[in-house]
Design a protein around this ligand. Sequence first.
Ligand code: K1U
Ligand code: ZN
Length: 181
Amino acid sequence: MARPLTSPPLALREIIILPDKRLRLVSEPVKKITADIRKLVDDMFETMYDAPGIGLAAIQVGTPKRVVTMDLAKKEGEPKNPQVFINPEILWASAETATYEEGCLSIPEYYSDVERPAQVKVRYLDLEGTTREVDANGLLATCLQHEIDHINGVLFIDHISKLKRDRVIKKFSKAAKRTVE
Ligand code: K1U
Ligand code: ZN
C-alpha cells in the first residue's frame, strides 16, 4: 500500500513510573518495521526530548516492543544525534567495568552509581530494517545496557544494594498510593 504523503502529528506519550508492573515485562521483538513502529519511534523521540532524557525504551511508554531511542548529544545547542535501536542484543561485554551515576525516567529524581561492563558489542536493526553492529564504550555503552535492561524487564535499581532498592520501591509505592487515594 502507498505511504501517506503527510506524517501523522507527533504525540507525547505518558512515561510509566515505578511501581508500574509493566516495567517488569519482557518486550516482544519487532517482526516488521511498519508505519506503527515508525510512529512509535517518532513519539518516543518527542517524549524523550520533552522529559528530558538521553534514552527511552518503548516499554516506558507502555508498549512492550524491543525498541529503544537515544540521543547522547552533549550540550544544549549542539546538533541533535537521534539514534534508534530495534531488537538490540548484546553480543559481547568486556570483563573491565565502569561505574556511572544513572537515572531513569521511570524512577524520577533518583540517581545511583551502577557498575556495568565498560565496553559492549551490540547488534540491532535500524529503521530501514538493516542489521547493524556497534562497539560501544563510555556513556553509549552504559545507556545501551540500561535500555536493553528495560526491554528485558530489568531496572537500574536491580543493580544496587537490596537495602537501597527496597527504600526506593517503598517511596514510589507510597507516592502511587497517594495519587490513587
Ligand atoms: O531509560 C531511561 O530511563 C532514560 C535515562 C537513560 C540513562 C541515563 C543515565 C544513565 C543511563 C541511562 C535518562 O535519560 S535519565 C535523564 C538523564 O540522564 C539526563 C537528562 C537530561 C540531560 C542529561 C541527562
Ligand atoms: Zn530507565
